[in-house]
Structures are given as structure tokens and as C-alpha cells.
Design a protein. Structure first.
Length: 381
């Protein structure tokens, strides 16, 4: 069961197969919401308009937050900064580009990617454009930044590292692209001397931050099946680094854990997901292709619980807030679950229309960006 708005169908036979599978999915009905006794509540702290939001092309803009400020971008090139405690707007600017991958903040620098293959850096203090550099193709995920280089992955499976102060090219890396992929890429993850990049063929590559030399490669899952449609094993969720481990999940594949330094696989579990993962208190949380929410032991991979009560409700990535984990479905309901048991503890509709963007956890608050550009902050009451 595939979200077909995200597929890049490259042959007529694959198109026919996709249509047939889509008809089968339509024959199934999403789960009805179950009643339960709420044991907590989420209170809206503030809400603000962050431009026009996203357009019909598949993107997943992600809010960013630093010590004092929350940031968001819209498809028309707008970038916005808000006081993260009050929601009061600090500044807004309009860049000259249509945004496709946003937003990252680190060391006073904001970074976004554009449809016309540019990486744009702005001052986090004022929104002033610091530099703009052209790469090979459009960027569908936020860049990464460690204060020395800004690293982006483009839709043609290339990786570019740009000087964070000047935008000059430091190094690049080319990877192969499968015949058929989901529309989207993951964000590179930077840690000490490494940058981890996940690709559409189910591989994770570790590269040196300084020169782009490959230090190891690992396969999260192998393509299986007779058709290109069945063999999709994209990693569109950003790899999750925690301590000495790195975790990733593929579509039509597995959830796996690797040793960060050597790339040795520690454990593997069957799972199909194209969403970001979350981690809290030794548990990995994942949203599956069938719209279940599952928790796994981070050390062993043992499944701790699985909530199937959101079947086919098209849920987004799980995000941790306090003792709980939250997901939003395509009808705009946020479902809050206990980290311990997976049981529902609260449900409500956040402000805005449509929620493709992953939520961002900031201490005991949750930042939520809607597809129509409403940025809201919620906390546990």
C-alpha cells in the first residue's frame, strides 16, 4: 500500500501496476477512531502564520528551533523567525527562490534547499542572505550543518558539502539511483567526524566530514520482488544517531541498528516505513506503512508494543513529548500515546490544514507546522 503521490513512475508497466495496487488500497477502509478516557491534555501555547505553507508537490518542511527562536519556511521563499516562548514574530524575509527543503539552524546560520537546485544560507539573527550556491538538482529535505560545512543530498542521489561561511564547494559524493523511488530524500546526519547519508537503494554511507572519503557502507535492507514497484527500499526518514548507534528504516524492508564507527549491523526487524524515527528512554518509535505505531528496544530490537488502531489513517512520523509519543493522521487528528504501553492518552485537532511536516520536540513542547503555514506550539497540561 503506497502513497502514490510520492512515486516517480518511470515506465508504463510500473504505472499500470501502481494503479492496480492503488485500487486495492481504496477497497480497504481506514480504522474508525476508538473512544478512550484521556489522562492528559495538550495546551496550545501560541500559534503564528508562517507564510503560504507547502504546495501540491511533495515536500516535508520541518520547523527548526534554537535556544530562543523557532524558524519556519514556505514554498514561496519566505523564511520566518518567532520567539519560541511567546510566538511573537522577530523577523520575516522573502528569498528569490522557491523553497523545497527546509529548514536547518546551527551556529547562527539557517540553511534551506530550493527547487532550482540551490542551497541558501541566511543569518539566524536577521534573515539576511549570507550566500547561495547551486548544486546538481532539487533538494527535498533540510540541509545539515556542523558549523564548518553545510551538507545536502539532492534528488539525483548526490551529496554536496559547502563551506558554512562562504558556500564554496568542499567536496561531493555521487551515488546510484534506482529505477523507481519514492519522491523524497532524508536529511544527512552529522556526528563528530562523520556524516551519515541514507539513499534510495536501502544503503547508509558514512563519509568523512572533512573530505567526503567513504569510511563505511551498510545495507538496511535488500530489494526483493519481481517488479520495480516491489523492490522499492527507499530510506526517506532521516537516520537516527544516538550514542554509539545509528538507526534507519526502509520502505518495503526493515528497521536496523548499526555501530556508528564501523557500520556493523547490531540488529534488524521487519518493518516498512518512509517516516522519521524517534528515540526516548531506550525505545525506538516508528510509524509503519500500514499506519501502526510501534516501539522497539533500542539495544536489542525486540518489539515492545504495537498500536494498530490507526490502520490506513495515513499517519506521520512519531514525535516524543515528555512521557508520550505523538502522531498526526491525514484528517488532522493528533494522537498521543503512552511510551510505556502504546495506549492512547489524548486526541485533538491542532491548528491548520494538513500535516505532512514532521513535528519537532523542544523540551516539553511540541512544534507543529501545517501544510497551509500555521506554526503552533503545544505543551502538556
Amino acid at each position: 500500500m503506497i502513497r502514490f503521490t510520492r512515486l516517480l513512475c518511470l515506465t508504463a508497466c510500473v504505472l499500470l501496476a501502481a494503479c492496480s495496487s492503488n485500487d486495492e488500497k481504496k477497497a480497504l477502509k481506514p480504522a474508525e477512531l476508538v473512544d478512550f478516557d484521556a489522562t492528559i491534555a495538550l495546551k496550545k501555547v501560541w500559534g503564528a502564520k508562517a507564510g503560504s505553507g507547502q504546495d501540491v508537490r511533495y515536500t516535508r518542511f520541518v520547523p527548526a528551533v534554537d535556544e530562543t527562536t523557532a524558524y519556519a519556511a514556505d514554498v514561496d521563499g519566505g523564511v520566518f523567525a518567532f520567539d519560541k516562548k511567546t510566538g511573537k514574530r522577530k523577523w520575516r524575509v522573502k528569498t528569490d527562490y522557491l523553497t523545497s527543503g527546509a529548514i536547518n539552524v546551527f551556529d547562527g546560520v539557517l540553511a534551506i534547499g530550493t527547487y532550482d537546485a540551490r542551497v541558501v544560507a541566511l543569518s539566524a539573527q536577521t534573515g539576511e542572505t549570507l550566500w547561495s550556491t547551486e548544486v546538481s538538482s532539487e533538494i527535498l529535505a533540510p540541509p545539515a550543518n556542523n558549523g564548518q560545512v553545510v551538507v545536502v543530498q539532492t534528488i539525483d542521489s548526490r551529496v554536496f558539502a559547502l563551506d558554512s561561511k562562504t558556500g564554496e564547494l568542499r567536496w561531493s559524493y555521487d551515488h546510484t539511483t534506482p529505477v523507481l523511488t519514492l519522491r523524497g530524500t532524508s536529511t544527512p546526519v552529522m556526528a563528530s567526524s562523520q556524516v551519515f547519508v541514507a539513499f534510495d537503494n536501502g544503503q547508509i554511507i558514512s563519509l568523512s566530514n572533512s573530505d567526503g572519503a567513504q569510511t563505511w557502507e551498510a545495507r538496511v535492507s535488500q530489494p526483493k520482488g519481481r517488479t520495480e514497484l516491489e523492490r522499492i527500499v527507499d530510506i526517506d526518514g532521516t537516520p537516527l544517531v544516538d550514542g554509539g548507534m545509528i538507526y534507519a528504516a526502509t520502505y518495503h524492508g526493515t528497521l536496523a541498528a548499526f555501530a556508528r564507527t564501523q557500520g556493523r549491523m547490531i540488529w534488524q526487524q521487519d518493518l516498512s516505513s518512509h517516516q522519521n524515527l524517534s528515540i526516548s528512554r531506550g525505545r525506538i518509535f516508528a510509524s509503519t506503512e500500514e499506519d501502526s505505531v510501534a516501539a522497539f528496544d533500542a539495544a536489542s530490537g525486540a518489539i515492545l508494543w504495537k498500536n494498530d488502531q490507526l490502520f490506513l489513517r495515513n499517519i506521520g512520523a512519531p514525535t516524543v513529548i515528555g512521557d508520550y509519543v505523538a502522531v498526526i493522521d491525514e484528517n488532522g487528528y493528533m494522537h498521543v500515546l503512552s511510551q510505556q504501553t502504546g495506549e492512547f492518552v489524548y486526541r485533538f485537532k491542532p491548528s491548520g490544514d494538513g500535516f505532512r511536516s514532521p513535528m519537532v520536540s523542544d523540551d516539553n513542547r511540541l512544534l507543529v507546522l501545517s501544510d497551509d503555514g500555521v506554526l503552533s506550539s503545544y505543551e502538556i497540561k
